[in-house]
Ligand binder design. Structure first.
Ligand SMILES: C[S@@+](CC[C@H](N)C(=O)[O-])C[C@H]1O[C@@H](n2cnc3c(N)ncnc32)[C@H](O)[C@@H]1O
Length: 393
């Protein structure tokens, strides 16, 4: 099968995990870029990227790239694209654009120029043109114009891939599914130890963890992908990819809890919708009251950041979280994401790792706290396998 360049969009900070995911599904020439990773692949890789990648937001197939030195260049180059390979008169299309250019201050204007180029391309060759449909188009076209560099792509995903299809309820500030999967992967969790989210809200981290542990494809619950409407759609090939054997048994425990009964009800509904009720346990309880459900587990959680709370309350909450982790969770590794520097200061634990991420537009830090048994010094010695003296150090 013919290979071409494919660009996968993601969130800032997730480029490296996405690159690892891509290599794992057999991508070649994997190149991390800014909020994206590009690679070389054929049609089957394009389908797999959409169906399997947990940290992908959108998969694009570039059809042209060129320099835009003056305004007219955009229209002229866009008109030279062999559009009839991708579109026919009976089909509809939409255009969206990401533009940062002195020539095109308004991204709508860039979209309009490409729309005109496509319309004129068809009118001149066929006397008619395909229609524009921004809501439910057959073909989605994406323009990326950065400075004087322009790339025109076909969007093979359609709705953003974070819309997995299992969510039927939103809690208070749910974390994006792609960010949740990325956090779990950055934490190095592969389904090999028990997993706890004690402030689970609508259950996103729990569901993503269960999908990782069981090898459930990220796109299994989705109804459609945009490439299914492409002229070259290979139904047989996609059906083989869709029906391949990905899943595995998992005996690890995945537990979620939240102080809000309403959030837990939403989490249960989402979990049920994902067919994961047997894989995940949910309990309504304040984290400060919870007893560790297992030994030596991994916690990945996003507590409230305090946008709606007073600074003093956020400091108190994080201080209590820190105390509880120290008192009850020895042997665990806890990963916490937050935008609240005050919160992190109040935890009173030294992180072993800090990763900068964004939750929506909020800059956040994702921090790892190793909760050693005994003192840190003792644990390091234990890890190295050195004999401890009878007396505490
Ligand atoms: C930012 S939300 C978590 C969103 C979640 N990750 C999701 O995807 O839906 C924070 C959650 O912490 C919960 N929470 C706040 N204080 C808590 C406490 N002391 N114990 C347990 N849960 C708490 C809130 O009820 C809320 O659901």
């Amino acid at each position: 099968m013919k290979k071409f360049k494919i660009v996968v969009k993601t969130f800032a900070g997730l480029e490296q995990v996405l690159a690892i995911e891509l290599k794992a599904i057999g991508a070649e020439a994997v190149t991390p870029e800014r909020r994206a990773v590009s690679f070389l692949g054929d049609k089957s890789m394009l389908y797999k990227a959409n169906f399997l990648l947990r940290t992908a937001l959108r998969v694009l197939k570039p059809v042209a790239h060129f320099r835009v030195g003056k305004k007219e260049d955009l229209y002229n180059h866009a008109k030279n694209v062999p559009w009839s390979e991708y579109l026919t008169i009976g089909k509809s299309f939409s255009i969206d654009s990401t533009v940062q250019s002195e020539l095109f201050v308004n991204s709508m204007y860039a979209s309009l120029k490409v729309k005109d180029a496509i319309a004129d391309y068809f009118r001149e060759s066929f006397g008619k043109r395909p229609s524009v449909n921004q809501e439910d188009p057959d073909i989605r076209i994406h323009i990326y114009l950065m400075g004087d560099y322009c790339e025109i792509s076909l969007d093979s995903s359609g709705e953003s891939l974070h819309k997995r299809g299992y969510r039927i309820g939103q809690g208070e500030a749910p974390v994006n599914e792609v960010l949740a999967a990325g956090m779990i992967m950055l934490a190095g969790w592969k389904g090999d130890s028990d997993f706890l989210d004690p402030m689970c809200g609508s259950g996103t981290l729990l569901i993503e963890a269960a999908m990782i542990a069981r090898g459930i494809p990220a796109g299994i619950y989705r109804k459609t992908f945009a490439f299914e409407k492409w002229l070259d759609f290979d139904e047989q090939l996609f059906s083989e990819i869709y029906n391949a054997d990905y899943e595995r048994e998992s005996a690890i425990r995945i537990v979620g809890s939240d102080i809000s009964a309403q959030s837990c009800a939403i989490a249960r509904a989402n979990i049920k919708n994902a067919g994961l009720s047997k894989a995940i346990d949910i309990e309504v309880i304040d984290f400060l009251e919870l007893d560790p459900p297992f030994e030596n587990g991994v916690i990945v959680t996003n507590p409230p950041y305090g946008e709606r709370l007073r600074t003093s309350s956020i400091s108190e909450l994080y201080q209590s979280i820190g105390n509880i982790l120290k008192q009850k969770y020895a042997g665990y590794t806890a990963w916490i994401i937050s935008s609240s520097e005050d919160g992190f200061k109040s935890i009173g634990l030294k992180p072993s790792e800090k990763i900068e991420l964004f939750n929506g537009s909020l800059p956040c830090s994702f921090r790892c706290f190793e909760l050693f048994r005994g003192t840190h010094k003792q644990s390091v010695i234990l890890k190295k396998g050195i004999q401890l003296p009878d007396q505490p150090i």
